[in-house]
Write a protein that binds this ligand. Structure first.
Ligand SMILES: Nc1ncnc2c1ncn2[C@@H]1O[C@H](COP(=O)(O)OP(=O)(O)OP(=O)(O)O)[C@@H](O)[C@H]1O
Length: 337
């Protein structure tokens, strides 16, 4: 893979708030690069500083010290007009311009080129139509924003950012109010747009499952570890996901299934046998929830109870005395043990 173009680069960046003499540093010495043609997800616990970082990158608030470059030039050297042609920002807001049609709202994205009252020329119109098609909302072009679902409205806001023709698109929790189908759709869409439209796309999200599937890179932001950046799989396999919630010792990242779950308290032990990976996973899920710590068949010499999961409706439970019972549901098994 050839080296991608760096769109944003931060060096020793301190972000936070300054009101008069009162200075609140949220993070210091942040180092990062954002690449064209890639989708990057910014993950972090509540209050980790994701919005502060996104607002800083969008030049909506100043950074406190360090260097921040956009396409190789200091961000502070950009005029308002240049910024609006370079950075597209999509915020999560449920009440977005209900009185405008989809077409009108997307067309507003051309303002940096046409001026506030500027008329759309042929190229502008082509760009609006292309963007509506790219986000698959062209069939709703004449509908009012108020008539759309949250997911559809989010697509429209993404289309508006697209027509700005910005190399950089920043989105603050674009999937926050969406159901799982719309979340997958929006994340797929953003990943496709990053590649096909050659944009650098950075979004903050709490939807870790989707981020791990579709993110080319992750930015992990935490109060203890600062900002760690890398290709998704490199960070996962170096056990970096646990830094996200390091203050919560009982929440652990499940490397096998790519999600966070409560650590197993394991008051009791049981030997779990299951040839099938899926059966094993869900049997373990049920046993962990009931405070059993699961061991492999060969791992223990002690006399322990054993669960042999042969099929979803064939659960063979053998107690410490060697007595075996066959259960046909987890409901019955969990009731008895
Ligand atoms: N205007 C402000 N002045 C001072 N501190 C602020 C201001 N806005 C936010 N903060 C602080 O900055 C820190 C980071 O907040 P931020 O909103 O960036 O976190 P976040 O990761 O986006 O959180 P969430 O996931 O809950 O949206 C918090 O401690 C917050 O209290």
């Amino acid at each position: 893979m050839s080296q991608s173009e760096i769109v944003v680069e931060g060096r020793n960046l301190t972000i936070g708030y300054q009101v008069g003499k009162k200075r609140t540093e949220v993070h210091s010495r942040l180092n990062f690069q954002l690449f064209r043609g890639e989708l990057t997800c910014l993950l972090g616990a509540n209050g980790a500083g994701k919005s502060t970082l996104l607002r800083t990158l969008a030049a909506a608030q100043p950074f406190l010290s360090g260097d921040l470059k956009l396409l190789g030039r200091d961000l502070s050297a950009y005029s308002e007009r240049e910024l609006s042609r370079t950075i597209g920002v999509v915020l999560t807001d449920r009440t977005q311009a209900g009185g405008l049609t989809v077409y009108e709202l997307v067309a507003l994205g051309r303002q940096p080129y046409t001026g506030f009252f500027g008329r759309l020329d042929k190229t502008d119109k082509q760009l609006v139509e292309h963007a509506l098609q790219a986000v698959e909302i062209a069939h709703k072009a004449r509908c009012y924003m108020a008539e759309l679902s949250d997911g559809e409205r989010q697509k429209v806001m993404i289309a508006k950012a697209l027509v700005q023709e910005c190399p950089l698109i920043l989105l603050d929790e674009p999937t926050a109010f969406l159901d799982v189908v719309s979340r997958i759709e929006i994340m797929n869409l953003l990943h496709r747009l990053a590649i096909e439209e050659k944009r650098a796309i950075l979004l903050s999200t709490h939807d870790i499952e989707q981020a791990l599937v579709l993110s080319d890179r992750l930015w992990l932001l935490s109060s203890t570890g600062g900002l760690e950046c890398g290709v998704t799989e490199d960070l996962i396999l170096r056990n970096r996901m646990d830094t996200l919630f390091a203050n919560h010792a009982r929440i652990k990242f499940d490397l096998m299934h790519g999600g966070f779950s409560p650590e197993v308290s394991g008051e009791k032990s049981i030997v779990l046998k299951a040839e099938d990976e899926v059966l094993r996973h869900w049997a373990q899920n049920a046993l962990n929830r009931h405070h059993y710590f699961c061991l492999d068949a060969c791992a223990s010499a002690q006399k322990l109870p054993l669960l042999d999961v042969q099929a979803p409706d064939m659960l063979l439970y053998t107690d410490e005395n060697g007595q075996t019972t066959c259960y046909s549901t987890f409901e019955a098994l969990l009731h008895d043990i």
